[in-house]
Design a protein. Structure first.
Length: 277
């Protein structure tokens, strides 16, 4: 089996724990090299007024570092673009991602599906869109020729995997039963976000005024929340109990290598069953 270099491109430090952490842990176990590339500092991610943006950015960077240690991945790459304003920095983000893909010699990119309906967060849309473009265009030597002066040669990632929920029916389903506990632990590394989203995990909890009892309930609530998503995803592949799913596309120079599938589906052919991993 080839040893792959995998880059998970997130908008915010905790994004991967919700949608891909069990799969990332499995890939680490299989001997692949897993990186997290975080586009923003995450410094909008609080409802508290007693924490500065700078302190929150440092806290969230440290939380992502601990989460990647939990999964066995590499230290995270923090690009530091403004949280909530990634769309306005898309050209600069594209250059930074192309640079990272060339430097790391990335084989597989994991990110958000930018074409998903009802995605309200512009940072998620921008991260997925620009990561896709960077994967498809990093092979062209005339794009950012200053990289050549740094000794970085053009490079073509092989695939982009979009994290579920996706606009297209997933074509990869990953069994995460053996790594689910690490997925939970990696999410709990993001204490600032678990507390901010307290009402997701403990109904009625006010994230700005959590009681000691509610804080104790958060751990089990977060586990139950992730388990519900993983069990629902597992219904895509009979026989699995806990799963994550993706829509994976092969990458070619400046495009996706999926023309045959697109023409068949446009003609009315249903997509085939997902590959179970």
């Amino acid at each position: 089996m080839d040893k792959l270099v995998i880059a998970a491109v997130y908008a915010h430090p905790d994004d991967g724990e919700l949608f891909a952490a069990g799969t990332l842990a499995r890939w680490v176990e299989a001997g692949h090299v897993v990186h997290a590339v975080c586009c923003t500092s995450g410094d909008l991610g609080t409802k508290r007024l007693d924490v500065s943006s700078e302190d929150l950015a440092r806290t969230r960077a440290a939380e992502l570092g601990r989460a990647m240690e939990t999964l066995g991945g590499e230290p995270p790459i923090l690009l530091g673009f403004p949280d909530g304003g990634l769309r306005e920095h898309a050209p600069a983000l594209k250059e930074r991602l192309v640079h990272a893909f060339r430097r790391l010699r990335v084989d597989r990119v994991v990110t958000f599906d930018p074409w998903k309906q009802y995605e309200i967060h512009p940072d998620h849309i921008t991260a997925g869109q620009v990561a896709s473009e960077a994967a498809a265009f990093a092979c062209f030597p005339r794009l950012y020729p200053e990289h050549l002066a740094e000794g970085l040669s053009p490079h073509q990632p092989r695939e982009v995997w979009y994290m579920m929920p996706t606009e297209h029916r997933p074509n990869r389903v990953v069994d995460i039963a053996a790594t689910f506990a690490r997925k939970v632990e990696s999410l709990l590394c993001h204490a600032s976000q678990v507390e901010m989203m307290a009402d997701w995990f403990v109904k009625g909890a006010d994230p700005t005024a959590l009681t000691p009892e509610q804080k104790a309930q958060l751990r089990e609530g977060a586990r139950g929340f992730l388990e519900g998503m993983a069990r629902a995803t597992a219904t895509l592949a009979p026989g699995l109990s806990l799963a994550e799913a993706f829509y994976a596309l092969r990458v070619g120079p400046g495009h996706f290598d999926n023309y045959q599938e697109m023409f068949l589906e446009t003609a009315g052919a249903p997509p085939g069953p997902p590959e179970v991993i």
